[in-house]
Design a protein around this ligand. Structure first.
Ligand code: PLP
Length: 384
C-alpha cells in the first residue's frame, strides 16, 4: 500500500495516537470543578498552548471547533456579526477563486441571504497565485468595508499565497483578513502574529491528528460574535462540551509536526516529479513555477482521464486523489484549475499526490511504477 493522499487526511501520528489513548482515561467534563473535570481541562489547555505555539499565536485566542470547515464558517460569520455589533459593518466579502468550498460556500450563503452584503471573487494567475494587484483594485474601487478570505496554501496545487502583500493591502483598506491555513499549518512556518491577519483556521487531521477537530484563531480585538450559544465554553466564542480526546490528539500532532523534515519530503516530491517527466514527457505540473508546499504535486497526463488513473492506481495499492470533484454522480473539473485557466479537458486528467510524515521512497517508486504500467496499457490500446 502506498498512501499518497495526505492533503485529504494525514494518517494519525504515533504521538497523537498515544495522546488520544491517554485522554480516554480522563473522562471528566472540562467545565466540571472536580478532579476529573480539572484533568480534562488541563488536557484542553495544554493542547491550546501547543496549537498557539505552532501558529505563533496567543493561546487565549485559540477557539476549538469540530473541523476546518466549521472554523472557516465560524470565522466568516463571527467576523461579520461582530463587525455589525461594533457599528462598522462589513459590506463586501472577497474570497479568492481557489478557496476551499467551505469558504466559497459560506461566502455565497452569506451573500445570498438578503444580508445586503455583496461577494466577489479575487482572481488568480495561471500559476495559481492570488493576484494582489487585482485585490488592490477591488478594494480601492469599492471603498466599502471588506472581509477578505485568502488561504495560506492551496489544497490541490500546494501553491503558497503572497499573504504578506495581501495583509498589507487589507490593513491599508481598513478591512479584515481571514486566512485558511488548514493545508499550510504544520507543513510550512505559520506566524499569525507577524502575518497581521485577523482570523486563521487549522484542522487537526491535515497535520496527522484526529479527524473532527479544528481551531479558529481570533486576533485580540478583532470583531467576533459567537454563532453557537450554550454553556459558554471557549470563553463564550463557541459553545458545546469540548472534544477532549480529539483536542488532546490535535495538541500532540501540533507538537510533533515541528519535527517533520520538510527537506526530506520535498526531496521525495522532486524525485516523483522527475520520475514523471522521464516517463511522460508531456506531463503538466500545475503551479510548478510558484512557491509550493513541499508535499504536494498536482499534475495531468494528457490523454489519461483522472477517473481511469485513480481506479488503476488503487488496484495497484496506490492511493492518490483527483483534482476533479464528484457531486451527484457528475465529475466536474476542479474550480481551482479552472481559475488557473486550465482547459477542462486537461483538468479532467489532474491527479494529486500529497506526502506526509510517513511517506517513503518506496511509496514514490510504487506510484511511478503504477503510472508507468497504466501509460503502457493505454498506449498499447491506442496502437491496437
Ligand atoms: N480548508 C482547506 C484548504 C482544506 O483543504 C480543507 C479540507 O480539505 C478544509 C478547509 C476543511 O477541513 P475539514 O476537513 O477539517 O473540515
Amino acid at each position: 500500500m502506498a498512501y499518497l493522499d495526505h492533503n485529504a487526511t494525514s494518517p494519525l501520528r504515533p504521538e497523537a495516537r498515544t495522546a488520544i489513548e491517554r485522554a480516554f482515561a480522563v473522562q471528566g467534563n472540562p467545565s466540571s470543578v472536580h478532579a476529573l473535570g480539572r484533568a480534562a481541562r488541563a488536557l484542553v489547555e495544554e493542547a491550546r498552548e501547543d496549537i498557539a505555539r505552532l501558529a505563533n499565536a496567543r493561546a487565549e485566542d485559540v477557539v476549538f471547533t469540530s473541523c476546518g470547515t466549521e472554523a472557516n464558517a465560524l470565522g466568516l460569520r463571527g467576523a461579520i456579526q461582530g463587525a455589525a455589533d461594533t457599528g462598522a459593518p462589513i459590506e463586501r466579502v472577497y474570497a479568492s477563486a481557489i478557496e476551499h468550498d467551505s469558504i466559497l460556500g459560506t461566502v455565497s450563503a452569506i451573500a445570498d441571504r438578503a444580508t445586503g452584503i455583496q461577494a466577489a471573487i479575487i482572481p488568480v494567475t495561471e500559476g495559481g497565485v492570488v493576484d494582489p494587484d487585482a485585490l488592490r483594485e477591488m478594494l480601492l474601487g469599492s471603498g466599502a468595508r471588506a472581509l477578505i478570505a485568502v488561504m495560506a496554501a492551496n489544497n490541490e496545487t500546494g501553491v503558497v499565497q503572497p499573504l504578506a502583500d495581501i495583509s498589507r493591502l487589507v490593513r491599508d483598506a481598513g478591512g479584515l483578513l481571514l486566512v485558511d491555513a488548514v493545508q499550510a499549518c504544520g507543513r510550512m512556518a505559520m506566524d499569525f502574529s507577524a502575518l497581521d491577519a485577523d482570523y486563521l483556521t487549522i484542522s487537526a487531521h491535515k497535520l496527522a491528528g484526529p479527524q473532527g477537530v479544528g481551531a479558529l484563531i481570533v486576533k485580540d480585538g478583532a470583531p467576533f460574535a459567537a454563532q453557537v450559544h450554550g454553556g459558554g465554553q471557549e470563553k463564550g466564542r463557541r459553545a458545546g462540551t469540548e472534544n477532549v480526546i480529539g483536542i488532546a490528539g490535535f495538541g500532540a500532532a501540533a507538537r510533533a509536526c515541528g519535527n517533520d523534515n520538510s527537506t526530506r519530503i520535498a526531496g521525495l516530491r522532486d524525485r516523483f516529479e522527475l520520475g514523471l517527466r522521464e516517463r511522460f514527457p508531456d506531463v503538466i505540473v500545475f503551479g510548478e513555477n510558484a512557491p509550493r508546499l513541499a508535499n504536494t504535486s498536482n499534475f495531468a497526463l494528457p490523454g489519461i482521464a483522472a477517473e481511469t488513473a485513480l481506479i488503476a492506481l488503487d488496484l495497484d495499492g496506490v492511493m492518490v486523489s483527483s483534482g476533479a470533484a464528484c457531486s451527484s454522480g457528475k465529475v466536474k473539473p476542479s474550480h481551482v484549475l479552472a481559475a488557473m485557466s486550465v482547459p477542462a479537458s486537461v483538468a479532467m486528467c489532474a491527479l494529486r499526490v500529497s506526502l506526509g510524515w510517513n511517506s517513503s521512497e518506496g511509496d514514490i517508486e510504487a506510484a511511478l511504477l503504477a503510472l508507468e504500467k497504466l501509460g503502457a496499457r493505454i498506449a498499447a490500446r491506442k496502437a491496437a
